[in-house]
Design a protein. Structure first.
Length: 83
């Protein structure tokens, strides 16, 4: 498979994007840079998916932390409020 629909087509300039938000994408980008080549479309798609997955996970963890904090605050205030 070649041409514009090929996952092996070079994604010119994508290696210069900021991949540092994930240890996995940052590490992979560094390895590709060391080979002095650009990423291909398939790699960019996979790395972008990885960043999205990690971003969603971090958002869910923040939400869970807020919920846990609210629950703890409610418990503490109800315990402290009782005598």
């Amino acid at each position: 498979m070649t041409g514009k629909s090929s996952p092996w087509e070079a994604a010119t300039g994508a290696i210069d994007w900021d991949w540092s938000k994930s240890i996995f994408t940052a590490s992979y980008a560094e390895k590709v840079r060391a080979m002095k080549r650009d990423l291909v479309r398939g790699e960019v798609a996979a790395m972008t998916r990885q960043l999205n997955i990690e971003e969603q996970a971090m958002s869910a963890m923040k939400d869970a932390g807020k919920i846990a904090g609210n629950i703890a605050g409610t418990i503490i205030s109800s315990v402290v409020g009782k005598k």
